[in-house]
Design a binder for this molecule. Structure first.
Ligand SMILES: NC(=O)c1ccc[n+]([C@@H]2O[C@H](COP(=O)([O-])OP(=O)(O)OC[C@H]3O[C@@H](n4cnc5c(N)ncnc54)[C@H](OP(=O)(O)O)[C@@H]3O)[C@@H](O)[C@H]2O)c1
Length: 256
């Protein structure tokens, strides 16, 4: 797999402490074509998953501290990559929030909308990934195919919205899709080898989906390992004409 990338390429995963991000780091490290994996996380030292992978793949895994909502940490990441002359061929923006311990929950009706909680969701799901594009696109490798992908969600599709609710999460992912599409148009001029894509992983068994799994049929609830494999397959198959698109874990295009 990942034969569409050059040998020994560098991949970067933003939001890698647990869930789908951690599974992507693991799958990338298992891939012989991948040289180094840069794993960004808010608190990399407290992630037992990253620690385990660091021990197993010493020298190939490099961790960076990054809260995606902190522009100074994003600048520091870019400086760190430059200093180490790491030019990724693959960047995957994974971090996202839907609910939290401090009362953050997807809204069922308009009365549930909360200004500060909406700002928080947009900061992680939309603004951070936009700034990541800003800082990392110019640093990506320029030889051969390169991909900057971000984990979106099918509920971010406006055309596919039949159930309503989840205002902040839905709209933060719709806006993320628009940012990726817009950046893909600029990339055609400035970063010609980079394909940008929004990806829907499917309902995956993680902390994010756990409170909402009750009505999900067993065969529709994916393991993080399965999803990491399928997302990397989709990424491997992306071509220049796909840039700016919105794709599900099985490669199907999702309507805007
Ligand atoms: N799971 C699903 O069914 C599903 C479905 C559709 C789309 N998605 C999307 O897939 C992506 C991954 O979701 P998941 O299910 O793996 O979620 P998860 O298990 O809850 O993991 C979320 C990740 O985001 C990180 N994160 C949160 N806030 C951050 C911040 N400010 N800066 C940096 N990292 C931050 C978390 O780090 P900490 O450990 O530091 O909190 C964690 O690594 C998300 O974008 C989500 O919207 C998931």
């Amino acid at each position: 797999m990942l034969n569409s990338f050059p040998r020994d390429f560098t991949a970067l995963v933003q939001g890698s402490s647990r869930g789908i991000g951690l599974a992507l780091v693991q799958r990338l490290l298992d891939e012989e074509r991948v040289g180094r994996v840069v794993a960004c996380a808010r608190r990399p030292d407290t992630s037992s998953g990253l620690a385990r992978l660091g021990e197993k793949h010493a020298g190939r895994l490099k961790t960076f501290r990054l809260d995606i909502t902190d522009p100074r940490q994003l600048e520091a990441l870019a400086d760190g990559l430059r200093a180490e002359q790491l030019r990724p061929h693959l960047v995957i923006n994974v971090a996202g929030i839907l609910h939290g311990d401090d009362g953050l929950a997807p809204e069922k009706r308009l009365e549930d909308l909360d200004f500060e909680q909406m700002q928080r969701v947009f900061a992680v799901n939309t603004l951070g990934p936009a700034m990541l594009c800003r800082h990392l696109l110019p640093l990506m490798a320029t030889d051969g195919k390169a991909v900057l992908a971000a984990l979106s969600a099918r509920v971010g599709s406006i055309g596919d919205n039949r159930l309503g609710g989840w205002y902040a999460y839905r709209s933060s992912k719709s806006a993320l899709n628009q940012i990726l599409k817009t950046a893909s148009i600029e990339a055609r001029r400035r970063f010609k080898n980079v394909v940008l894509a929004a990806l829907h992983p499917g309902t995956t068994d993680t902390d994010l989906s756990r409170p909402f799994q009750a009505n999900v049929p067993e065969d529709k609830l994916f393991s993080t390992r399965f999803v990491a494999e399928r997302l990397l397959q989709v990424i491997d198959q992306l071509g220049a004409d796909d840039s700016g698109g919105f794709f599900a874990w099985d490669g199907q295009t999702i309507p805007w």
